[in-house]
Every structure is written in C-alpha cells, then in structure tokens.
Design a protein around this ligand. Structure first.
Ligand SMILES: Nc1nc2c(ncn2[C@@H]2O[C@H](COP(=O)(O)OP(=O)(O)OP(=O)(O)O)[C@@H](O)[C@H]2O)c(=O)[nH]1
Ligand SMILES: [Zn+2]
Length: 229
C-alpha cells in the first residue's frame, strides 16, 4: 500500500512549478504529493469517503448513495482541488504592449469558488485583480484562470490573494500587481457562529500599488458601476 512520508521538501515543490510563489504563500504540499497518479488518488479517496459515510451510519447499498464515494473522490481530484496539481496551471499568455497602454488594467468581479482548508466548506466571492504593464500585457481571461487555479485548492483567503498576485507578477515580470478578494466563508455563514451576513476582504498590493494614490485609484475603479448591469 502507498505510504505518504511526512516530510516537506522545498526543492521538490520548486520542481513541480511553485517557484514563483513566495515561501509564506506556498500551499503546504508534501514532498510525495505527486508520487501517485490522479486515478490512484481517486481510488484511495473513494475508500476513505466510504469509510466516513459508513461510520455516519449510512447504507451505501442504497441506490442514491452507492455512487457517492466515487463522485466525491472525482470532484475532489478533478474539480474542487484540481489546483493542487501543477499540470493544471493555466498557461498565462502574454503579449508585447505594442500599443503602449500606460495605465492600470483592472479585471473586476472574477468569481471565486474555493474551499476553506479548515472545514472543507465553500468560500464564495469575487476577486478584483489589477496590474500596470512594464512592456508585457496578459490575456484578460488568463487573469480569471489564475484566480480559478489557485481557488481550486484547500485555501485560506489570505494565501489565495497572495498566490494570485505572485503568479501575475511572475507572468508579467512586474511587481505592480494587486488583488482584492471579498468572499463568504460557509464555515462562518452556515455552521459555528452562523453569521450569514459577514464576508471577508483580503488584499495584496505589490510595487506601485503600495503607493497611496495608485491604491486609491484601483479601489475607486472597484466602486464604479458598469453601464451594462
Ligand atoms: N484567517 C483565516 N481564517 C479562516 C479562513 N477560513 C476559515 N477560517 C477560520 O479558521 C478558524 C478555525 O478555528 P478553530 O477554532 O480551529 O475551528 P472551529 O472550532 O470550527 O471554529 P468556529 O468556526 O469558531 O466554530 C475559524 O475561526 C474559521 O473562521 C481563512 O480563509 N482565513
Ligand atoms: Zn472554514
């Protein structure tokens, strides 16, 4: 049977494509995270889910429940946590800024659907990402894809925000990148304190976005109404 070793290995994690992410913002992956295939992971997780549901007292021979362990395992590996696998990292195509656009570009209202790593419950919200070009521009949809990729991990919102900024900085070769995320955590809304109203705002400001005026301009754009709403 496959055994996970408990030691983290920074070199190994760099090999698998997290070298753009600062140490403090790294998802704590095990050194042997990719020693088994996704198919093997699905098989193993399926057995664990069977165990959980059986322990809860459910009869897994029931027509509706019998496929649940496999469904949960597949959704973990292929969907909810697909961002743990660097093979799913989006290719962030960049282009030369031939038109010399010199202002900030803001991609607003990117839907965030992530999972809280403390309770494995959904985090649902919006991310707003901005950068100022220093010669390169990035395809708009790539910003949404970067947010999606890092969202599909067990997360804390602070780390997600930092990972998005660091991946954009790497892709564009600039420090001038910012991200604000406003999200609801179902672990706060639906259980525990059960506060359905509160949401969490996190922000990461790189380079020029640390300056008061640039930060203010970015935050002003977030307040703008769009004419098509
Ligand atoms: N900083 C931070 N905390 C988070 C995030 N998501 C969930 N949490 C918090 O993680 C904490 C875990 O605290 P614990 O006391 O170990 O867990 P708990 O007993 O289930 O806590 P309650 O939710 O207060 O019932 C909770 O306060 C959650 O609200 C996040 O993205 N960032
Ligand atoms: Zn939680």
């Amino acid at each position: 049977m496959f055994e996970f070793s408990s030691k983290m290995n920074d070199e190994r994690i760099e090999e698998i494509g997290e070298n753009h992410v600062g140490t403090s913002a790294k998802t704590p992956l095990r050194a042997d995270a990719f020693d088994i295939t996704d198919e093997e992971k699905i098989e193993r997780i399926q057995e664990s889910v069977k165990d959980i549901l059986t322990t809860l007292g459910l009869d897994l021979t029931d027509d509706s429940l019998q496929g649940t362990p496999k469904r949960v395992a597949k959704s973990f590996v292929n969907e909810l946590f697909m961002g743990l696998n660097p093979k799913n990292m989006p290719k962030a195509s960049t282009f030369d800024n031939n038109y010399n656009y010199g202002e900030m570009l803001v991609e607003r209202n990117i839907v965030v659907y992530s999972t809280c790593e403390h309770h494995l419950l959904p985090i649902i919200g919006r991310a707003h990402v901005a950068y100022i070009s220093d010669g390169k521009v990035i395809g708009l949809s790539k910003m949404n894809r970067i947010v999606e990729y890092f969202s599909k991990r067990p997360q804390v919102q602070e780390r997600l925000t930092m990972q998005v900024v660091q991946a954009m900085q790497e892709a564009l070769g600039v420090q001038d990148v910012a991200c604000v995320i406003d999200a609801k955590h179902l672990c706060v809304n639906s259980r525990g304190i059960k506060d359905i109203e509160s949401s969490t705002v996190t922000a990461e400001f790189g380079g020029k976005f640390k300056e008061k005026e640039t930060k203010r301009e970015f935050l002003e754009y977030l307040k703008m109404n769009t004419s098509f709403e």
